[in-house]
Design a protein around this ligand. Sequence first.
Ligand SMILES: Cc1cc2nc3c(=O)[nH]c(=O)nc-3n(C[C@H](O)[C@H](O)[C@H](O)COP(=O)(O)OP(=O)(O)OC[C@H]3O[C@@H](n4cnc5c(N)ncnc54)[C@H](O)[C@@H]3O)c2cc1C
Ligand SMILES: *[C@@H]1O[C@H](CO)[C@@H](O)[C@H](O)[C@H]1NC(C)=O
Ligand SMILES: *[C@@H]1O[C@H](CO)[C@@H](O)[C@H](O)[C@H]1NC(C)=O
Length: 530
Amino acid sequence: MKVAVIGAGVSGLASIKTCLDEGLNPTCFERSEDIGGLWRYTPNVENGKCSIYQSVVTNTSKEMMCFSDFPMPENFPNFLHNTRMLAYFRAYADKFDLLKYINFKTTVISVKKCPNFSSSGQWEVITEKNGKRETTIFDAIMVCSGHHADPYYPLDCFPSIKTFTGDYFHSRQFKNPHGYDGKRVLLVGMGNSAADIAVELSRVASQVFLSTRRGSWVISRVYDNGYPWDICYDTRVQTWIRNTLPPSVLCWVTERKMNTWFDHANFGLQPCDRTQFKEPLINDELASRITSGFVVVKTNAVEFSGSTVKFADGSIEENIDVVIFATGYAYSFPFLDESVINMETSKANMYKNIIPPNLEKPTLGIIGLIQPLGPIMPTAELQARWLTRIFKGLCRYPSLNDVMNDIAKKKEIFIKRFGTKRENRLQVDFVEYLDELASDIGVKPVIWRLFLSDPVLAAALLWGPCTPAHFRLTGPGKWNEARKQILTTKNRVIKATKSRVVNNQEDKSLSLRLLLGAFFIFAMIWALIV
Ligand SMILES: Cc1cc2nc3c(=O)[nH]c(=O)nc-3n(C[C@H](O)[C@H](O)[C@H](O)COP(=O)(O)OP(=O)(O)OC[C@H]3O[C@@H](n4cnc5c(N)ncnc54)[C@H](O)[C@@H]3O)c2cc1C
Ligand SMILES: *[C@@H]1O[C@H](CO)[C@@H](O)[C@H](O)[C@H]1NC(C)=O
Ligand SMILES: *[C@@H]1O[C@H](CO)[C@@H](O)[C@H](O)[C@H]1NC(C)=O
């Protein structure tokens, strides 16, 4: 089966590897001259290519973020600078010999159904290299072209920006803080990029303003007891608790938890609509820069004139030199026909967030178009494992009716959890989503059964972080190291920071607690049975 993989970023690499594992025949097309996609920093901005600033450090931790059968080097820290991330992807491509499947400097121009699609499920792919076009027929398509290339730049919401005399541009143009010494800078937006850039510029600029309409919860990479936030947050037990609590109770609990670090209202950051569950932003320094006065939080900017900016609360800031719009990204698939994905109506309403629902044959899927509150890499990898097995007919693809019902059901749950106002349909619950794909593939560990045969492992699966190796314990693609990998996760997390050994007491008490927990559950199950 010939599979076209479009893009050689994280999603593309995982897709090529998965095709090889499944005995499919992949051909990857990558527009640029190298792998890594977004994680390959370039000093200049290229059109149509994702562009990051020099200082980008991951906001998810390495144990959560690795590919399921390729652990990260032990000497890596918990959160990685983009150069380290790229080094890891290069090592992955080397280990599984992926480069020979990639056609670089080759852009996919169009992907169309073959005339005989309803029987063959085949696609006609037109690519362009050095100005020369080529048409090839493929049996299946994995779209891995990313969603951080088209800036969302809503200048029409700020018509008066034309009268602004300073510089203004989208955050993708921002590379590093050189040249901002002594400037007065306004950032518009309140995502991870806006906060990162505000913090970075606040060290050289004379003043940084951060303008937000909605506000946001902020959490630190350094979370409970100093563990990475995702190690604590993305566990099965925590997920289960969050998804069973009534939304209002959940909001209350979450709010209290988030406000233990600092009171978000007192820092001008608290989200307007408190019942809305907004994706928190991850930043360790923002609160510190605010309390030291280097960053000043403002409401939304309503009017620009000359070098003056007026805000919704009537306040005015003068002598602004630069405005940076950190307003995020839109996504689009310019090479896909409207009949496959209609961006207007579908708003990414796809089956399992992967397959467009109106295909007669499920031979095209989109990998990595998703926003879990957790890492993308293992998510994309599991999506690829799921999709390749759909291609091969080893996972059941339901009837159109069931597909539509599933999408409608997911939408309902989404609205219940995140509210109707949230446009962002890409958001999913990390653990729940992975478990759902895994159970379709047959690689989801059966935890209750494990409590009888391997209670230590079962406890780690329930209370421990949901690391990628959880999906290599059983079923197709099983990896013999997975159990060991899972049980030693916390050791590696600690090793990454404990470069000066103090004492080992803590580690022992941790595994003792795990063991006790497992024993307790075991005893309860035993009591129920007898
Ligand atoms: C600043 C920033 C920080 C982030 N930090 C994290 C993080 O810490 N953890 C995390 O999990 N996620 C993070 N993300 C999310 C990020 O999207 C994923 O980590 C990941 O990079 C997505 O990979 P991808 O392969 O899907 O897309 P990309 O990395 O965007 O790769 C897409 C590739 O497809 C190619 N391509 C596109 N169109 C075509 C075409 N028509 N023909 C041929 N090739 C094409 C592009 O050249 C590119 O190489 C971050 C995102 C941003 C913007
Ligand atoms: C379907 O049509 C394409 C050309 O459009 C052709 O190359 C291919 O062999 C056909 N497939 C089948 C299964 O008939
Ligand atoms: C990490 O940052 C990127 C870029 O802003 C964002 O898209 C992603 O959702 C963030 N991840 C988490 C888990 O918050």
